[in-house]
Design a protein around this ligand. Structure first.
Ligand SMILES: *Cc1c(COP(=O)(O)O)cnc(C)c1O
Length: 414
């Protein structure tokens, strides 16, 4: 198998065969080789980081239709910087004080069902999150989680922004939320970290009125794992830049980058902002730009077909085994087709959790999707698998449950 000579072994760490999809804790996605090469070249000389950010802003703007853009050290960092931007706006004094918010409008309103652990980033910037709505949709009575009037009512003089997480199931629709927020001159920040592909999502949320949208660079774009993108309003992106860029410079010799052309810098240079620890290096910036170019050129239908062939093969083989009931889930909204395998623990002799744990402890470690373990289901996502790993994953599952099945009798053909 291709990972035998993995660099991770050299450092005493077992590599992972990834049938779980783009999951941060196992390395996100595989960075494109061309992006690695671009990073290697970038490492050979210096460049002004803010020049690179200005260039990136233009590219992100073309891509998304937003006024401006910025490269961050991940979507999580993008959320924190977006939070810092809606709190401080263009106020250098506020920038220097965050996350302390005495005298600063600091509430971010969110539908309760949009809360995730990623929104800790808003609180880290100094925001206080105001929850709206209920979880009643899950009662199955037809009741919705959040009514537009509830959001409307929660927006007050103390509101700095509305936070929104974009998933195919989130309610209310983004355009409804942006309409309400904009009536109160309140910006909307959208977490769309994992909503690519399809490529049209680059512009979709901006078209629906989002003021800032955050994407991960280390998921399907396959840039460096420590990158993200923020696209949105010029004034808010400027605020992000001012709070993220290194500001240790004398005003007299500072050449502000094109990105800050519209900022009034007559009073001098702002202090290092709260975003300064979220530095993005020149190599990551160039790596992401190259990855973005390639993501734009990629034939996404062909790629989906490739993922589907892996999924169909796994589904076909697994459904042959007693105690496993396999199916493919593949909807318009899903990023990749997934193989869902229901486990009959009485027949198989192990639960979904036990199988998952066994595979994770193998060498190399094998990771499956784990979001349906509570339903006794394994999930196999083909998007981060290599063709020559497909049979290995099958083999590990079969070994883990001692199934009487000859996995070597078939072979995956890409
Ligand atoms: C992955 C993810 C993030 C964090 O992205 P990073 O690029 O790893 O910082 C934030 N929000 C959601 C919904 C995500 O899926």
């Amino acid at each position: 198998m291709s990972d035998k000579n993995s660099i991770y072994y050299e450092f005493g760490v077992s590599p992972v065969i990834n049938a779980a999809g783009t999951k941060t804790r196992i390395g996100g996605s595989l960075i494109r080789p061309e992006a690695v090469e671009a990073m290697r070249e970038a490492a050979e000389s210096f460049a002004v980081l803010s020049d690179l950010q200005s260039r990136a802003s233009r590219l992100i703007s073309e891509l998304t239709g937003a006024e401006a853009g910025y490269v961050t050290s991940g979507a999580g960092a993008g959320l924190m910087l977006a939070g810092a931007a809606v709190l401080a706006r263009d106020d250098f004094s506020a920038m220097s004080r965050l996350p302390e918010t005495a005298g600063i409008v600091d509430e971010i309103v969110m539908a309760r069902t949009h809360r995730t652990e990623y929104d800790h980033a808003f609180r880290a910037a100094g925001a206080e999150i105001v929850d709206v709505g209920t979880n009643d949709y899950h009662l199955g009575t037809g009741s919705t989680n959040v009514e537009p009037w509830e959001l409307e009512q929660a927006i007050t003089e103390e509101t700095a922004a509305v936070g929104y997480i974009e998933k195919s199931y989130t309610q209310p629709e983004l355009s409804v939320v942006t309409d309400i927020a904009h009536e109160h001159d309140t910006p909307v920040i959208v977490d769309a970290a994992a909503e690519l592909p399809p490529r049209r999502n680059f512009s979709r949320f901006i078209e629906q009125g989002a003021d800032l949208v955050v994407f991960s660079g280390g998921k399907a774009i396959r840039g460096p794992q420590t990158t993200g993108i923020v696209a949105g309003r010029q004034d808010l992106i400027e605020s992000i830049a001012l709070q993220n860029l290194d500001m240790h410079i004398a005003g007299e010799i500072w050449n502000p980058p094109e990105l800050l052309d519209d900022v009034d810098l007559s009073n001098g240079v702002p202090r290092q902002g709260i975003g300064r620890p979220l530095k993005v290096g020149k190599e990551e910036l160039i790596g992401l730009l190259r990855a973005l170019e390639l993501f734009l050129e990629e034939d996404q239908d062909e790629q989906r077909q490739r993922w589907l062939r892996r999924a169909e093969y796994l589904d076909g083989e697994l459904s042959e085994i007693d105690g496993l009931d396999s199916r493919i889930e593949h909807t318009e909204e899903s990023i990749a087709p997934e193989v869902v395998v229901a486990i009959d623990a009485d027949v198989v002799g192990s639960t979904a959790i036990e199988i998952t744990r066994t595979l994770q402890k193998a060498d190399p470690r094998v990771f499956l999707g784990s979001d349906r373990l509570h339903r006794e289901e394994l999930v196999l996502n083909p998007m981060c698998l290599k063709d020559d790993q497909v049979d290995h994953v099958l083999d590990r599952i079969i070994t883990a449950i001692n199934a009487e099945y000859d996995a070597t009798a078939t072979e995956f053909m890409a």
